[in-house]
Design a protein around this ligand. Structure first.
Ligand SMILES: Nc1ncnc2c1ncn2[C@@H]1O[C@H](COP(=O)(O)OP(=O)(O)O)[C@@H](O)[C@H]1O
Ligand SMILES: [Mg+2]
Length: 364
């Protein structure tokens, strides 16, 4: 067995709900233990400033510093919760906040100051996970697939892991002829399926001032407009073969503008579910099991809309996974892989020209 380390992953996704932090013990191939995790929610004022940054407004340098310090707070809170000291953790995987993702132009940009985080925590930091993949012609997203594959590789395959974050992304894992314990011997396919929570959140914010359709209340009270769902689905994104990734602002609320707040939410929820369903057309073989992670699984209207189309889908928590911590765990895993110079992405997960490592390393 290769030497394993505790690593701490940090994720702030496009939903802008807060910083997720999680600990795992890994050698960069196998995951030996999953430790504590937590979410440090952004308050409303912070969320407004961070939302500005994803539209390239405001004092980006200042917001980056603020976001980094909030991540340092999340590290401290998690170490405290886990009863661990900085020296117990080999590395932090710091995703940062995506403020631009246009891989077709060779651009992806996650803000976050790795130097400041290393200084504040006393722990080595790996950040800037996506840029190398984009430089190698990849989409730079999704990055969680290798971690999903590490978790499911001993199960009955093919297995699909669906992450309902701001965008929704899927990992399909099957077994190739060349079986072995090495991750890279598996068949792994991954892509963004479409929006996850982001459209529903933006709609809820506009109509209720709250940053989500809490418990799907609006969507349950409304009726989906099938013609609008169909018009969203006619977007060329859905005819594009994977690998593919989605910019947070690619789909807009224009098509639902005239609907009531309830029908709008029901329509966006139905569209999100339908785009997940559409993803399976690209699978090399049907999946035996589907597991859902990410905050969207807390939205019962979205989960019911998905279950109506894909009845075998189950929350990842049924496997004993921490469904809210999976992405943060993935960045802990990827940080260890980065230290070892192992690939973070494959041509079949991001469309790059080869398996590439990635990440920038700041020593404590
Ligand atoms: N009780 C709930 N009702 C409806 N939606 C929820 C609920 N809890 C979480 N969510 C959704 O999950 C989102 C957070 O998901 P998350 O996986 O953290 O996304 P990201 O990776 O983009 O940060 C929230 O913004 C919200 O849309
Ligand atoms: Mg989040």
């Amino acid at each position: 067995m290769a030497e394993s380390f505790w690593a701490l992953g940090l994720m702030s996704g496009t939903s802008l709900d807060g910083v997720d932090a999680a600990l795992i013990r890994t050698d960069g191939n196998d995951v030996f233990e999953r430790g504590d995790s937590l979410t440090l929610p952004y308050n409303d004022a912070q969320r407004v400033r961070i939302r500005d940054s994803v539209y390239m407004r405001g004092d980006l340098a200042k917001i980056e510093q603020e976001v980094t310090l909030l991540h340092a707070d999340a590290v401290k809170a998690l170490l405290k919760k886990a009863g661990r000291k900085p020296k117990d953790v080999r590395v932090i995987g710091f995703h940062g906040q995506t403020i631009a993702h246009r891989p077709q132009e060779g651009i992806t940009w996650q803000m976050g100051n790795g130097a400041l985080l290393a200084e504040k925590t006393g722990i080595d930091v790996v950040c800037d996970f996506r840029r190398r993949d984009v430089a190698a012609g990849g989409q730079g997203a999704p990055l969680v697939p290798l971690y999903h594959a590490a978790l499911v590789k001993h199960m009955e395959l093919p297995v699909v892991v669906l992450n309902l974050g701001g965008s929704a992304n899927i990992t399909w894992v099957g077994r190739s002829e060349n079986t072995g314990d090495d991750l890279l011997a598996l068949d792994i396919m991954a892509f963004d399926t479409g929006p996850g929570n982001v459209l529903i959140n933006e709609w809820a914010l506009r109509h209720t001032g709250l940053d989500m359709d809490k418990d799907g209340a609006l969507a349950f009270a409304g009726k989906a407009d099938d013609a609008i769902v169909a018009s969203y689905l006619s977007d060329p994104f859905f005819r594009q073969h994977p690998p593919k990734s989605l910019d947070r602002n690619y789909f807009t609320l224009d098509r639902v503008e005239t609907l009531s707040k309830e029908d709008g939410s029901a329509t966006l929820t139905a569209f999100t579910a339908a785009s997940v369903e559409a993803a399976q057309h690209y699978f090399p073989a049907p999946a035996r099991h589907w597991y859902v992670a990410g905050g969207g699984r807390h939205n019962p209207a979205l989960m019911q809309a998905i279950a109506a189309r894909l009845p075998h889908v189950k929350p990842a928590d049924t496997l004993g996974w921490q469904g809210d911590a999976l992405e943060a765990q993935a960045f802990a895993y990827l940080a260890v892989r980065s230290l070892k110079g192992l690939p973070l992405t494959l041509p079949t997960t991001t469309g790059g020209n080869r398996a590439v490592t990635g990440g920038a390393h700041y020593r404590a």
